[in-house]
Design a protein around this ligand. Structure first.
Ligand code: FAD
Length: 462
């Protein structure tokens, strides 16, 4: 129990609101993307600036409270919300400042991807971010981050210039390659283990505003041929071309032929982020392949491409994922993917293959915590359904598919795709040889493990 006098004084010290369970807005603030997670913090601080963040960290430390940090609230394991304790809700801090001359952007930690894309695209620039526009930039960046631009420019963190961080002691520090470089190294993939990041400075790249991009789908009967074509195209594709493959049941989307709705399909989400004419040439063989049941690969704004998948991932459904990094797409792996997709028990689930190969493979494994420089693909077995009574069926489908496919893995896995139950062994797998150094950085910057609502790196106790 927090002393009422202390709580009142803390509340008065904040610029943002402090919510308790009886306050209106409390339930909305604690709710996150994955409805499987239902946790109730004792208090929620809706931070309005760095001073609020410092006050929260000091209050949590001073009262030995559990502390969680909510960026976009998209983490599958629900790491944004704690039971009891204090949740720092960063969602009111969504400013973005772009410098088109230096091609950099500074984004506050409550930004969603769409906030950053909206501002950077005004200048024909883009940061390396993910595929769904309402994901939080903070969690995505701190775990590594990948999207349509990754084959060209590497992990999101390979394009991160600096961060402002509130440490466990409540100090404000800058982290970059020259200042607090060990902290910077750890934050580039090590998640929220070391402090509260209040803003991120990204390197930007010339992209769009128009790109050759969209989605195209075929009947599931053609999966084998389509995935073989996909593999062959991607093997030769320049880094400007990124395609995600997805196998699922067709949603009632207007771009898909009506007679395919509710039936299984194989789809490609395509984005060529270079010259339009070159993009047109490169996507032509994909568009000409077989008999698509829907094709909206065309000239479009980069921003529209960044939100193309949003409707498939609404907040408030139940989600469970299993994921691995892959070195390549072996024929056996593709055959198994097709066979597990046939058994999908929910119309919202999918098996997805995201491309990573290119720029990130050219850097040294230990140049930042994210590592996994041998990964060429991310496999995500993404179960999604509506009712709690269907939890078991859907979770079991994802687990069974993963058990069957995981032998194709590099041995690594994406920390941002780990579910609630995935603990030490999987965290270790996510960091590989960088794990020991992460423990050193954690021990230096957060020896008492104040920041533990994350895929936790446990400090050494002395
Ligand atoms: C629909 C969907 C699509 C996705 N697509 C991609 C994709 O294309 N590419 C990709 O790389 N990932 C993707 N992800 C995974 C995504 O990177 C993670 O879910 C990530 O955690 C989301 O960030 P968030 O800010 O929304 O997370 P939250 O749930 O808010 O937080 C997640 C973790 O980050 C920590 N954290 C949040 N903010 C801060 C902060 N300011 N300082 C310190 N720690 C903080 C929290 O403590 C928590 O441990 C996707 C996820 C979803 C649900």
């Amino acid at each position: 129990m927090i002393d009422k006098k202390d709580l009142d004084a803390f509340k008065a010290s904040l610029h943002g609101e402090l919510l308790q369970p009886s306050d209106s807005g409390y339930d909305e603030a604690r709710s996150i993307w994955n409805a499987m997670i239902d946790r109730r913090p004792d208090i929620i601080a809706r931070c309005r600036g760095v001073a609020d963040v410092v006050a929260c960290v000091n209050f949590a430390r001073g009262h030995s409270l559990k502390l969680s940090i909510k960026g976009g609230g998209h983490n599958i394991a629900g790491l944004a919300v704690c039971d009891g304790g204090i949740m720092l809700d960063m969602s009111l801090m969504r400013g973005v400042w772009v410098d088109p001359i230096s091609r950099t952007a500074r984004a506050q930690a409550g930004c969603l991807l769409s906030d950053v894309d909206r501002e950077t695209q005004l200048h024909g620039l883009a940061a390396v971010l993910g595929f769904v526009s309402n994901t939080g930039t903070a969690g995505l960046t701190l775990g590594g981050g990948f999207g349509y631009l990754t084959r060209r420019f590497g992990w999101t963190t390979d394009n991160l210039l600096s961060m402002e961080v509130v440490t466990a002691e409540g100090r404000i520090v800058r982290a970059n390659e020259n200042e607090n470089s060990d902290l910077f190294w750890g934050l580039c993939g090590g998640g929220g283990n070391f402090g509260v990041v209040t803003n991120f400075e990204y390197k930007l790249h010339l992209v769009g505003p128009e790109v050759m991009a969209g989605a195209i789908a075929w009947r599931a009967e053609d999966s084998s041929a389509v995935l073989e074509m996909f593999r062959a195209v991607m093997e030769k594709a320049p880094p400007e071309l990124a395609c995600i493959a997805g196998l699922r049941i067709a949603p009632p989307a207007p771009w898909l032929a009506k007679d395919i709705h509710g039936k299984p399909i194989v789809a490609l989400f395509v984005c060529h982020s270079g010259q339009l004419a070159e993009g047109e040439k490169l996507v032509a063989p994909i568009k000409a392949f077989g008999k698509p049941v829907g094709d909206i690969v065309q000239r479009r704004s980069y921003v529209s491409q960044q939100s193309l998948l949003d409707a498939t991932q609404p907040k408030g459904r139940r989600y469970y994922w299993k994921s691995e990094y892959l070195p390549d797409l072996k024929p056996d792996l593709l055959a198994k993917t097709i066979s597990h997709a046939k058994a999908i028990p929910s119309p919202h689930s999918a098996i997805l293959l995201f491309p990573l190969d290119g720029a990130l493979n050219r850097l040294a494994e230990d140049c930042s915590a994210v590592g996994n420089r041998d990964a060429a693909w991310v496999l995500n077995i993404a179960a999604s359904w509506e009712k709690s009574e269907d939890d078991r069926t859907n979770v079991e489908w994802a687990r069974a598919a993963w058990q069957d496919i995981r032998s194709f893995s590099t041995g690594g896995t994406y920390v941002n795709f780990l579910t609630e139950e995935e603990g030490d062994e999987r965290i270790h797998a996510a960091y590989g040889d960088n794990y020991e150094r992460l423990i050193e950085v954690k021990t230096k910057w957060d020896a008492k493990n104040l920041f533990r609502m994350n895929k936790n790196i446990v400090p050494v106790t002395r």
